[in-house]
Write a protein that binds this ligand. Structure first.
Ligand SMILES: [Mg+2]
Length: 215
């Protein structure tokens, strides 16, 4: 039995893909953008272009602002000025934050593991990660929220996990890491000796609710 838990945030506790999908559809309606693209295609494009640009941002090839502007220009196939893109992205963010919700089963999981010390380990920017935690009323359920802003390393870099383990003060072999990303969340945790649980809300028996059986 683990003595402590590390948890990813996006698509492990919070329905991030769902929030992004809701927000991009609302933005399109609000601004009358790209009506020719089907809803599902738009959602998929927003996701895939976003992930590609986040990778480039993690490698230092683009800044946060460039990533946001390029994402809008590519997905909506528009020549937007920087100012227009920034205004559009601000609207998107408002819809996105409005759509933040826990994944089904997340609350039950947190209640059934309330006896274990827990830390969130996320690659999100600290201010946004803290807003997510506040909006979902999770702050009192966690010892800490660890982001790259705290330790200068992003998952899958083991240093972000080591930072969280130091805060826990518990041997990694007694810690369970729960996340949806095998490469970023689970492989490095395993390499450090932790147990892992793979959350996949599309697969039977792998939702966050089922993580209780591993905890
Ligand atoms: Mg995730």
């Amino acid at each position: 039995m683990p003595r402590a838990l590390l948890l990813d945030l996006d698509d492990t506790l919070l329905d991030d893909r769902g929030a992004m999908a809701t927000a991009v559809l609302q933005l399109r309606i609000q601004r009358g953008l790209a009506p020719e693209i089907e809803d599902n295609k738009l959602i998929q494009l927003w996701d895939s272009v976003g992930r590609e640009l986040w990778k480039a941002m993690a490698n230092g090839q683009v800044t946060l602002e460039e990533q946001r502007r390029t994402r809008l220009r590519r997905v909506f196939r528009q020549e937007l000025s920087d100012e227009a893109a920034d205004a559009l992205f601000a609207d998107y963010l408002a819809h996105y934050e409005e759509a933040w919700e826990l994944l089904p089963g997340a609350l039950e999981f947190l209640e059934s593991t309330a006896h274990l010390p827990r830390i969130i380990v996320t690659n999100g920017h600290k201010p946004q990660a803290l807003r997510k935690v506040a909006k979902l009323d999770l702050a009192h359920r966690f010892l800490a929220v660890v982001t790259p802003d705290d330790c200068g390393a992003r998952k899958p870099d083991p240093r972000i996990f080591l930072h969280a383990l130091r805060l826990l003060g518990i041997d990694p072999r007694e810690v369970l890491m729960i996340g949806d990303n095998i490469e970023a969340d689970l492989a490095p945790a395993k390499a450090l000796g932790m147990k892992t649980f793979h959350v996949n809300h599309l697969a039977d028996g792998q939702s966050i609710r089922h993580a209780s059986s591993a905890a």
